[in-house]
Design a protein. Structure first.
Length: 444
C-alpha cells in the first residue's frame, strides 16, 4: 500500500479540469516484483512501445528529441486514464509546489495583462513592493533596465520572483507622472493571500477564500479574530463564507477550515481501490465562529477542497449553502516525485462527504439556489462544464450533473447571490432552508 503523506486537492474554473493530489515519496509500483512487472502480455505491449519508439527515432522526418518522446508517451499513458492524471515536468512540478506552499521569494504585487502591458493591480500589505511605493495601475515597462515588452505575463512574473534578499529595479509609467518612475526593491518571502476579510455594513463578517494553500487556515483565524474586534456583539448577524470560483487546494487546509466551524463529527473520508487505503478525518471540539450563522456561497467554479468544506458544513447543518451547483470534483490524485525529472499526478481515491455521499460528477447542490443575472456580453461564456462534462471522467451512476455558471459581478451591488445572503442574515428576506434545520443528519 502507498503511504499517504499529505493530500492536496486542486481544482479549476471555467471548464478546466479540477484535480486532487497527494504527495508520495515512495516508488510507484508496490506489491511483489511479479505484480509490478505484469504478465507476459504486458511485456509484449512494452516491446511494441519499444519498436514504435525506435522507428520514430530512426525514420521521422526531423530528428526528434528522445526526452520529449518519452515525456509525451508517459503523459499520454496518464492522461488516457482520466482528466486529472498527468505528467509534470520539473518546472511544472516546481510551480505546483509554489502554488500549494503559498509562499515564494518575490516583490508582493498582483499583476495582470492589460492592453498588452503588465499592469499592477495592487501591492500586498507589508511587502517589499508596498514599502517601496508601487501603486495600483502602475504599468511595468522594464525590469533591471531590460524592456519586458513581448513577454507573457507568466514570463514577467518569473523574472520578478527570485531568491530572498536579491535586488531588482522596476521601471513603471504612472498616471500623473511626466517621466517613468524607477523603483528599487529587495525581494523577500511573499505569502499568497488566500483569505480576504471585510465587514459588510456593521453587522456581518464577509470571508472570501480564493484557494486552499498552506496559509489559508491562519488567514481564516485572523479573519475570525478581526470580525470579533470590529463587529459589536449585539449587532453581529453572522458570516458569509465565499467559496465561489475557488478551484481547491490542500486537503489538510480544507479539513482545518471545516473544523473551525464544527464541534464534532466526520469532515471527509477518502476511499482507494484497496479497503486498507481508506481514511476518515474528524472535527475536534471548538467552533471558532462561536455558533454564529454561516452562509456558504458556491458556484460552478467551486471545486475540490471548496466542495469538501461546503459539503461538510452542509451535511452537519452548520451552514446554509447558497448559489448554484458546484464543479463536481470528487477524486484524489497522488503526486509521485520522480527525482529531478518532475512528478506524476495519479488518481488514487475518491472522497466522500460526512453523509457518505460522493459528489464526483454531481457537485454540491445548494440548499438555496440563486442564479446571477448574466450580462449580454458574458452569456454563453459563464458556464463551466463541470466534472460530468470532462471526457474520460470517473463515472458516478446515471444521474450525473455538475457545473453551472461561474460568473461573479465585480460590483457588489450587482452580486445577487451575496446580497441575498446578506438579506437572509439580516432577516430582510426569509427562506425555509435558512437557518438550516437542527435535525441531525447521518453525518455524525
Amino acid at each position: 500500500m502507498m503511504r499517504k503523506v499529505s493530500l492536496v486537492l486542486l481544482g479549476a474554473v471555467f471548464g478546466a479540469s479540477a484535480a486532487g493530489m497527494a504527495l508520495q515519496p515512495k516508488a510507484f509500483f508496490g506489491g511483489t516484483p511479479a505484480e509490478a512487472a505484469g504478465s507476459a502480455e504486458t511485456y509484449k505491449q512494452l516491446n511494441l512501445f519499444g519498436d514504435v519508439f525506435e522507428r520514430v527515432r530512426s525514420d521521422y522526418v526531423e530528428k526528434p528529441d528522445d526526452a520529449k518522446l518519452i515525456e509525451g508517451a508517459v503523459n499520454g499513458m496518464l492522461s488516457g486514464l482520466d482528466p486529472h492524471s498527468s505528467f509534470m515536468d520539473a518546472k511544472a512540478f516546481k510551480d505546483m509546489q509554489v502554488q500549494t506552499n503559498g509562499e515564494f521569494g518575490g516583490l508582493g504585487i498582483e499583476v495582470q495583462m492589460f492592453e498588452n502591458q503588465v499592469r499592477v493591480e495592487g501591492a500586498i500589505d507589508d511587502t517589499p513592493a508596498a514599502r517601496a511605493g508601487v501603486r495600483a495601475k502602475d504599468i511595468i515597462t522594464h525590469l533591471d533596465g531590460q524592456p519586458i515588452q513581448g513577454l507573457s505575463l507568466n514570463q514577467a512574473v518569473e523574472k520578478m520572483r527570485g531568491p530572498v534578499n536579491t535586488p531588482i529595479e522596476l521601471t513603471v509609467t504612472r498616471e500623473g507622472a511626466a517621466e517613468p518612475v524607477k523603483i528599487k526593491i529587495v525581494r523577500d518571502i511573499i505569502r499568497i493571500r488566500s483569505v480576504r476579510f471585510n465587514v459588510e455594513g456593521d453587522d456581518i463578517g464577509y470571508i472570501r477564500v480564493s484557494q486552499f494553500n498552506q496559509q489559508t487556515f491562519e488567514g481564516l483565524k485572523k479573519a475570525l479574530d478581526e470580525a470579533d474586534q470590529k463587529i459589536a456583539k449585539d449587532k453581529f448577524r453572522g458570516y458569509v463564507l465565499d467559496l465561489r470560483n475557488n478551484p481547491g487546494g490542500l486537503l489538510d487546509q480544507a479539513i482545518a477550515v471545516s473544523d473551525a466551524f464544527l464541534e464534532r463529527g466526520e469532515i471527509v473520508s477518502t476511499r482507494g481501490r484497496n479497503p486498507d487505503e481508506s481514511q476518515r478525518f474528524n472535527a475536534r471540539p471548538g467552533d471558532l465562529a462561536k455558533g454564529k450563522p454561516i452562509i456558504v456561497l458556491v458556484n460552478g467554479g467551486s471545486a475540490s477542497a471548496s466542495e469538501i468544506v461546503a459539503g461538510a458544513l452542509q451535511d452537519h447543518r452548520r451552514a446554509t449553502v447558497l448559489g448554484t451547483r458546484s464543479f463536481g470534483k470528487g477524486s484524489v490524485q497522488t503526486i509521485i516525485p520522480l527525482g529531478g525529472n518532475g512528478a506524476i499526478r495519479l488518481t488514487t481515491a475518491r472522497y466522500y462527504t460526512p453523509s457518505g455521499k460522493s459528489i464526483q460528477a454531481k457537485g454540491i447542490v445548494p440548499d438555496i439556489e440563486s442564479v446571477q443575472e448574466i450580462p449580454e456580453d458574458v452569456k454563453g461564456k459563464d458556464e463551466t462544464k463541470g466534472e460530468a462534462g470532462l471526457k474520460g471522467h470517473l463515472k458516478n451512476g446515471d444521474d450525473e450533473a455538475s457545473g453551472s455558471s461561474a460568473y461573479v459581478p465585480t460590483d457588489k451591488k450587482d452580486d445577487k447571490q451575496l446580497n441575498y445572503a446578506l438579506d437572509l442574515l439580516r432577516g430582510i428576506q426569509s427562506n425555509a432552508n435558512f437557518p438550516p434545520s437542527a435535525k441531525s443528519s447521518s453525518a455524525n
